[in-house]
Write a protein that binds this ligand. Structure first.
Ligand SMILES: [Ca+2]
Ligand SMILES: [Ca+2]
Ligand SMILES: [Ca+2]
Length: 304
């Protein structure tokens, strides 16, 4: 049987993908594993097959997948592809197991210049493995803001699961502009300005109040623009959301500490003005706006 792939179109529902090898390879497929094996910022897919050859499908970024026949060449009675960066070099390696003694281990010898970020999340109030946490990151890709999201879980494949360490491919981005962790406890941790190519160990900060927030749906259409940027003392902030929305707009420093709440409550104008106190030092800050469904982040630079 061929595999089925459905594109999530948000409120519009799902659209069945009918073109390409990923939905036309007819084999006995049991497990699949989605991960960014080439660190270019999109999820690739490995499918384990009980007949024929296991398959690696590279996401080419246009909504289509390319079957690479020289990537995962082994065939046999396989069922379970799972991934982890076992040698800690920043790319995801692959283990496929199957019935009887079938198993195969593939080291990823990626040699492109793409960057990555890994996060090991340790729950304190939430479960220690942080299962159920959602991690979102923002990077700039070719001048555009791009959000990526992962959910920490233990059921991503058939009869096995990926490492709990969250891995993001960043493409050419050397800095992650924003990180948000939505813990199962309801705590939200957010900060930014993080260098690529490292493993962060993040413990749940229980001193933060419960936000009660749930992760906003993707894609994120809530846009903040700020002018001028860099700014000297006063900045004009425009929020691309309907009037009368309940919105909280706040300024954070590079360590994720809240500097001030600029606005909280119903929005009577989509353009807000903010003047810094004289004591605020020059540097990089983040504007974060949140309504009940969406959040958005914008980096701003204060230059005195
Ligand atoms: Ca990829
Ligand atoms: Ca690796
Ligand atoms: Ca490697």
């Amino acid at each position: 049987m061929a595999n089925d792939l459905y594109r999530n179109d948000g409120e519009a529902g799902y659209t069945e993908i009918t073109l390409g090898a990923i939905v036309n390879d007819a084999q006995v497929s049991l497990g699949n594993c989605w991960a960014d094996f080439d660190n270019d910022g999109d999820l690739d897919c490995v499918v384990a097959n009980e007949s024929g050859t296991n398959k690696y499908y590279r996401n080419i970024g246009t909504g289509a997948f390319q079957s690479l026949n020289n990537a995962v060449t082994i065939s046999g009675l396989f069922r379970t592809p799972v991934t982890a960066d076992y040698d800690n070099d920043g790319d995801l390696d692959l283990f496929i197991s199957g019935v009887a003694r079938s198993q195969a281990f593939f080291r990823n010898d990626l040699s492109n210049a793409n960057h990555y970020l890994k996060l090991k999340c340790i729950g304190v109030l939430s479960n220690r493995a942080a299962i159920g946490a959602r991690v979102r990151i923002l990077t700039s890709q070719g001048g555009n803001d791009v959000w990526q999201q992962r959910e920490i879980n233990s059921q991503n494949s058939f009869g096995g699961h990926n490492s709990y360490i969250v891995h993001f491919g960043l493409g050419a981005a050397e800095v992650v502009d924003s990180i948000e962790i939505y813990w199962p406890s309801g705590i939200l941790m957010a900060w930014g300005g993080v260098s690529a190519d490292q493993l962060l160990t993040i413990e749940e900060d229980t001193t933060l109040s419960h936000s009660g927030e749930t992760p906003p749906p993707l894609p994120d259409k809530f846009v903040i623009s700020a002018y001028p940027n860099p700014f000297n003392s006063t900045i004009s902030i425009t929020l691309d959301v309907p009037l009368q929305q309940e919105v909280e707009l706040a300024l954070y420093d590079l360590l994720g500490r809240e500097v001030t709440v600029i606005h909280r409550g119903r929005l009577n104008s989509t353009t807000l003005s903010y003047t810094t106190p004289a004591s605020l030092a020059s540097g990089i800050y983040f504007l974060r706006a949140a309504s009940n469904e969406l959040t958005a982040m914008q980096k701003v630079v204060l230059l005195k």
